[in-house]
Structures are given as C-alpha cells and as structure tokens.
Design a protein around this ligand. Structure first.
Ligand SMILES: [Zn+2]
Length: 88
C-alpha cells in the first residue's frame, strides 16, 4: 500500500492529533537532547497533540513509526479522559 501518512488523525469523540514530518535536528530539539549522536525516529508530544516523524526515513519506516506513536497518542488520550488513570 502506498498511502501517504495523514496530516491529521481523527480519533473520534472530538479528539484529533496532528502528524508532522520533520528533520532529525528538530526531533533532537523536541527531545531536549544535546547528544548529536542520538537519533530519534519519532516522538509523540501529548502537550502539542502531535506526532513528529523523521522525514529522512523511508516510507515503510515512517509507517512503522507512525503506528508506534499513534498507540502512544491513543494511550495518552484514554488516560486523559479518565478521572483516575489506571495502568497503561
Ligand atoms: Zn515509544
């Protein structure tokens, strides 16, 4: 399948998140990491409701990272929706 990653994902119940392809340098900034050796494939930031993915990755890797981060997004969304979040 050759679908592009979505830029916005509607999770239902009024929740939506964004997906952004960004350079590695930006991922390091988001991770607040000064280590130039450390690479990040992707990061989910709950406070921005955005999944960031390394744009240098090939398409199949981007998809894998997308699914991984989407599960983080879902878990955080579920937890935020509960008065007393249980174990994730
Ligand atoms: Zn993870």
């Amino acid at each position: 399948m050759k679908y592009r990653l979505p830029r916005v994902v509607h999770l239902g119940l009024g929740y939506k998140i964004k997906v952004a392809l960004v350079p590695q340098s930006f991922l390091r900034e988001l991770a607040d990491d000064d280590d130039e050796q450390q690479n990040y494939d992707g990061i989910w930031l709950d406070e921005r409701k955005t999944i960031y993915i390394d744009k240098a990755l090939r398409a199949s890797d981007r998809r894998e990272v997308y699914w991984h981060e989407l599960i983080h997004a879902l878990n955080d969304t579920v937890a935020a929706d509960r008065p007393r979040p249980k174990v994730l």
